[in-house]
Design a protein around this ligand. Structure first.
Ligand code: DAO
Ligand code: DAO
Length: 207
């Protein structure tokens, strides 16, 4: 699937069993002057996991009820469903310093919502994974995956750079894309619609 504005393309499946649910664009205001396209992203989930974790509570609701249902995405964020957000960089002058700053803003504000008392330490642990010499030119692919046990694993161009076990950190990162105030509202709606469709299917036993 190809993100129409940037031409970034996304595989249908990542990490063996996670399928593409929706794609979107992360834009950022620079000094209130202009908006730049920073990266395109795709959201993936293991659909069997989705069934196992959410079908009991949500399987009987209609698709239109689910699409708008706040509990649904909050439960998904808090659940142990394997999820991946794949970022493809489209901005050609991204520095590690600006990534760190953006991360501290966007994820930092979410950690206050989801996190316990040690938010700063968590943020530091996350951002310290990214050494100053790491290069992220246009076209780089960054994968942020939540694995079972609330482990957030980061890969850059297929190479693992680190993993951190923290439920609030996982929630905060996913909240950027499918939470209450997402970077790309349309992308979130597409993801939720796809998940609602998945839950409507009866081909996977629950339990
Ligand atoms: O060059 O000053 C500038 C603009 C930089 C914008 C940086 C936005 C960073 C967004 C996070 C990217 C995460 C991979
Ligand atoms: O878009 O504001 C944002 C935050 C995105 C979080 C992405 C973090 C990815 C960090 C990878 C750094 C690579 C050096």
């Amino acid at each position: 699937m190809v993100e129409s504005k940037t031409g970034a393309s996304f595989p249908q499946v990542v990490n063996g069993s996670q399928t593409l649910l929706g794609i979107g664009l992360r834009r950022k205001n620079i000094l209130g002057l202009k908006k730049i396209d920073v990266y395109a992203f795709g959201v993936y989930a293991d659909e069997d996991d989705v069934q196992r974790n959410l079908k009991e509570k949500y399987g009987k609701l209609s698709i239109s009820d689910l699409k708008e249902n706040k509990d649904f995405y909050e439960d998904l964020l808090a659940s142990d469903v394997n999820l991946t957000v794949r970022l493809q960089i489209v901005y050609s002058r991204l520095s590690i310093r600006s990534v760190r700053n953006a991360f501290e803003d966007s994820v930092g504000s979410r950690l206050q919502k989801f996190g316990g008392p040690n938010n700063n330490e968590l943020l530091q642990r996350f951002t310290s994974q990214f050494k100053d010499e790491v290069k992220i030119p246009k076209g780089s692919v960054i994968e942020l995956s939540r694995e079972h046990g609330y482990v957030l694993r980061t890969k850059i161009d297929g190479e693992e750079v680190g993993s951190i076990e923290s439920k609030p950190l996982c929630q905060s990162v996913l909240d950027l894309y499918i939470g209450e105030d997402p970077f790309d509202q349309q992308a979130k709606e597409n993801v939720m619609l796809k998940l609602a469709n998945t839950l409507g299917k009866n081909d996977t036993p629950v339990g």
